[in-house]
Design a protein around this ligand. Sequence first.
Ligand code: ADP
Length: 428
Amino acid sequence: ESVEVQIEDQEFQLEPDNELRFEVENKNETVVLELKTGLAEIFGTELVKGKSYTFYFGAKIAVFTWQGCSLKLRGKKGISYISKETPMMFYLNCHASLEQLRVKSEKEKTRGPVTMVVGPTDVGKSTLCRILLNYSARMNALGRRPIYVDLDPGQGQISVPGTIGAVMVERPAEVEESFSQAAPLVYHYGHTNMSINSTLYNTLISRMAEVIHQRMDENPRINCSGLIINTCGWVKGKGYQHLTHIALAFEVDVILVLDQERLYNELVRDMPVFVKVVLLPKSGGVVERSNKFRLEGREARIREFFYGTPRNVLHPHTCEVRFSDIKVYRIGAPPIPNTLMPLDMQKTDLETKLEPVTPGPNMMHHVLALSFSTMVEEDVVRTSVAGFVCVTNVDTSRQMLTLLSPQPKPLPETIYLMSDVQFMDNNA
Ligand code: ADP
């Protein structure tokens, strides 16, 4: 006979500059947080007193207070603890410096600070980006509109894994959610690891920087607010070359290096003098994620794209399309031996080549991106994507594909780009 264990509410008193850290460690656990007195924030978003915030499996949270506060936690089974050591003061100072640069560019009508956050995996890069974006969005009166650029195809925070994306931040993120995503700019890369097709990755980076610079030039408010660029944790060898390519393409002004002195020194050595490179400590609260957790995170991200979150449930459609009615391509041709390579072709051309894919069982479970291009004569590779579907069944005898899709019907003229990324739809 199982006994339902009643977990008691826990109350915490936090001194100024302290934070309460907790994780939701079990699949069916939910933890509810409430601010009782004082002021507190989660990764830069202010909490509303008396409001219940619910967290689900996988959440790793720090509730920080500048002024002191009391908090209540309901449903937390494992440990939660208060830390007095946080790098928040350093992060706030960064925000203040960026804000000074924004004021300056507003006056001089120049581009605002382009900031890139770098460091190895699990040092809090995404969290620092979130804090800096939230802080600038909280200054309503100034009307800041920084753009968040996420260049890590491994997690695909802005849309789904296998992509890179950008979104304008107008208001702080909701506590339990990511930044609201009206009209993100998303590019299909098709892999979760940058090393698989470096040429394509760099091509997309250059294109994205071009498009964002153009948008900044057209809108003074976005222009002076600048960019916050999140990068991936691959910082050695070729990974480092990717970082320098990003810095060059986006014309960064500030590089925030989390935790790694070696990377900091390399960047100081290699960047032009006008680029300000700053070394910042990581928070002791940042939790290391195992490969398994990372995989689960990816899957959760795709599920969220189709099915939404507990707070914002979405109802995707299932539709069937004939093999003959769908145009599917992939980017990057398989390598061919040098002797067979046409004389006018380079290896890098192959890596950004649009290759038709014949529908069949090879597509099972794959994510397909919907290009904004409708004709292969256009520059499909460097065009952004409008959305995604997932292949949930392949019927070779009937020559039909079943797609999971946010839209009820696939558009006939769409060009689909097949991703390496797969998603098993258990809900179907
Ligand atoms: P990175 O982008 O460098 O891989 P993240 O910013 O994603 O790292 O942080 C890793 C995890 O640690 C995230 O789940 C995040 O919510 C959590 N985290 C970050 N800062 C803290 C903190 N101060 N206390 C507890 N958890 C934290």
